[in-house]
Design a protein around this ligand. Sequence first.
Ligand code: PDD
Length: 284
Amino acid sequence: MTRTVYVNGEYLPETEASVSIFDRGFLFADAVYEVTSVLGGKLIDFDGHAVRLERSLNELGIESPISKEDLLEVHRNLVKENGIDEGLVYLQISRGADSDRDFVFPDTDKVKPTVVLFTQNKPGLAETVKPIKVISVEDIRWGRRDIKTVQLLYPSMGKMMAKAAGADDAWLVEDGFVTEGTSNNAYIVKGGKIITRALSNDILHGITRAAVLRFAREAQMEVEERNFTIEEAQEADEAFFTSASAFVMPVVEIDGVQLGDGQPGPVMTRLREIYLEESLKKAE
Ligand code: PDD
């Protein structure tokens, strides 16, 4: 089925949508993005994603080209138009298409940001729990991982390194400590305590992370935001990751070492239940 997508104010069939070859997102990865999940035809945590988008744009000095209200409307229209019950909405905003290739940012009076949105249909998204095997790879990304830019080559290479090693994903390690997964935030559980790296410029401030930690604390679970190593993770009772596209997902093997009995653990399982239940209540 041909999807309807959104490009700069227009709803078009995906086959007719296009962006200039001079777009700075294409030439310089000068763009930010968001991925919002859809469950039961409704958006999960739209507000969190909209707030983070605003922050990413601000950090890069890209003027926000669309209001939060209009963005919500575009999300909803695409979900409806494409009949998405479970899936994702991808949003990308670049600094725009200049008239030529130039490292210098274009004049904001002349060049307006490019806004692109499309949906991804993922039936069974809420039910899918896949025990994940991860490998560790060195984190050689840039220093502003808190900004959700489309510079995803290294995360993509990390996934390929994992596949080549017979695993599913990679956890990135810097100065001996896990930063995050290629496209998710990383956690371990020891003695019932949930341990995850604290927020800084080193990791993306996950919207799912914020919700899961809030729900965990509300459920009287102990949370510790601190660095951990691969060795500590291998000795943990459980490990898992969070993202808008996977919610809460168990990690059962790290660099070839199986965790516990190799099955999804009780803390992760409970967190996934609470997350889905509570997020659906506020879905819009
Ligand atoms: N990735 N860390 C990184 C590096 C990410 O790319 C993501 C999300 C996360 C989790 O953030 P959130 O909970 O807000 O989805 C953490 C998205 C899903 C992606 O690139 O497809």
